[in-house]
Design a protein around this ligand. Structure first.
Ligand SMILES: Nc1nc2c(ncn2[C@@H]2O[C@H](COP(=O)(O)OP(=O)(O)OP(=O)(O)O)[C@@H](O)[C@H]2O)c(=O)[nH]1
Ligand SMILES: [Mg+2]
Length: 475
């Protein structure tokens, strides 16, 4: 029995020793890990925004609370004095039951008054804490409002700086003047017209025949050339044209009248997003015009998004990407060969969701004579209408001025298929065939929105008939 007891006692001791040793080992291991951690690279904390410091003003307890606590303290003091007096009375007369009772009464009263004072102190502390919390909340709110205002001011300053940078980008790129852009056209039919007018001669049939020939060479198209000549004849009949220089003025007036097709709608006053579908034959300058227009509208304070609807040519999306970068506007692109309708639908949807003012939709160039390609464009137009009721509010036909009179036929077919609402005449700088603009306006009554006189943003000029005619007829 004793042996058994001794045996189990030594087992118990062994177990205790083992537990202690295990505990020691665990503690040492933890200390080693901690030391290693301390020596190693400190863990990188995520960058934290410094929180604004909240300054809480000092708060005092309400006066009424302080007064109550003070009264409780004074009552206690008074009771203590009375207790001392009772104690002295009892010492003087230890057998007096009345003196003893008096002492006990004061002892009870003091205990009560002490509790009362504790209660009042607690209440005062609670009142101070409450006032402190109210003050802290007010201070926090004020600090947060200040921080918000500062952040808004910073964001506004950054926005203004970005806006300014963009404006400078557009301004810096001083492009050609309209007059410079029209130099070749002026050197073409206008030079012939000036030479004709400068020669002092009779306004006879031969002269009119020569004028007819000049107008026919002006790329305005047969229809418009005939109409211009008819208007000259008409005025001659009415004796309004006594000499050749008056013929020039009459032609100028007539051309300005033709070019002043009323530009209904305009860019971009319709309910947002204003969707512009840009169309035209291959290489006329659609993508470049979309890019220039994006930069112009952005500089004018409009928000713009580009839809890369030319998924046909691999480089087209990248080309538009470069413009999106330059103009600092977002772009929606799809994979090469993907459905252009899906891309443009996404662009319009994004504009609706993000309340973007203008969607500029680039499309792949196509021959106006290929019916299937024109049908595809019609489909794209319908898709835009599904993405946003009334879209596209503008179908912008981009016409290359160097094409000359053929551009009139192009414009007619695009107009028949899509209902073109405005056109852009590009590359005026590189051709003497700028007269085509008169033919398009005359035959189709489509307003010109812009003319392109070069490859820079500033080379896209908002069209103004009066200004255009002045530049065309400038000596
Ligand atoms: N000189 C001059 N060049 C221009 C003008 N507008 C566009 N271009 C140039 O014309 C070329 C074709 O322009 P793009 O914008 O690629 O034409 P596009 O219509 O998009 O062509 P596709 O997408 O292939 O149909 C580019 O080299 C442009 O820089 C202009 O007003 N003047
Ligand atoms: Mg293109």
């Amino acid at each position: 029995m004793l042996l058994a007891l001794t045996g189990s006692a030594s087992l118990l001791v062994a177990v205790v020793v083992l537990v202690v040793v295990a505990l020691l080992v665990a503690l040492l291991a933890r200390a080693a890990v901690a030391r290693r951690k301390a020596r190693g690279k400190p863990e990188e904390l995520p960058a934290q925004r410094e929180l604004p410091k909240i300054e809480v003003p000092e708060v005092a307890a309400p006066a009424e609370r302080v007064a109550r606590e003070q009264r409780a303290r004074e009552d206690l003091e008074k009771a203590r004095v009375s207790l001392e007096t009772a104690r002295v009375a009892l010492q003087r007369d230890p057998d007096s039951a009345a003196a003893r009772a008096e002492l006990q009464r004061y002892e009870r009263e003091i205990a009560d008054l002490q509790r009362k004072l504790d209660y009042e102190q607690r209440k005062t502390a609670e009142a101070v804490e409450k006032a402190r919390k109210v003050a802290e909340a007010a201070a926090r709110e004020e600090t947060e409002a200040r921080t918000r205002a500062e952040e808004a001011a910073r964001a506004e300053a950054a926005r203004r700086a970005e806006e300014e940078a963009r404006r400078k980008l557009v301004a810096q790129e001083a492009g050609r003047t309209l007059s410079e852009g029209l130099a070749r056209t002026r050197g073409g039919f206008m030079a012939r017209l000036n030479a004709f007018i400068g020669a002092s001669r009779e306004l006879d049939d031969a002269a009119l025949g020569e004028l007819e020939e000049i107008l026919f060479s002006a790329d305005v198209g047969v229809h418009t050339a005939t109409a211009l000549l008819a208007s000259v004849r008409e005025r001659l009949k009415r004796n309004e044209l006594s000499n050749l220089s008056k013929v020039k003025s009459a032609l100028r007036e007539e051309i300005e009248r033709i070019l002043s097709v009323s530009a209904h709608g305009g860019l971009p006053d319709a309910p947002a997003p204003f969707v512009v579908m840009v169309v035209g034959v291959n290489g006329t300058g659609k993508t470049t015009t979309v890019g220039k227009l994006a930069a112009k509208l952005k500089a004018a304070g409009k928000s713009v998004i580009l839809g890369a609807g030319d998924t046909f040519r691999a480089a087209a999306g990248e080309q538009l990407d470069v413009w999106a970068d330059r103009a600092r506007v977002p772009i929606v692109r799809g994979k090469d060969q993907s459905d252009p309708g899906a891309v443009l639908f996404d662009a319009v949807t994004r504009a609706r969701n993000e309340k973007i003012d203008v969607v500029l939709c680039d499309t792949a160039g196509r021959l106006h004579t290929k019916a299937n390609l024109m049908d595809e464009l019609k489909g794209l137009k319908r898709t835009l209408g599904k993405a946003h009721a009334g879209a596209p509010q503008e179908v912008l036909l981009v016409v290359d001025a160097t094409t000359g009179q053929n551009a009139i036929q192009q414009a007619r077919q695009f107009h028949d298929a899509l209902g073109v609402s405005g056109f852009v005449l590009t590359k005026l700088d590189g051709t003497a065939k700028g007269g085509v603009i008169i033919g398009i306006c005359d035959e189709l009554k489509i307003p010109v929105r812009y003319v392109g006189v070069g490859e820079k943003v500033a080379d896209l000029k908002e069209f103004d008939a009066h200004e255009f005619v002045a530049a065309l007829f400038a000596d």
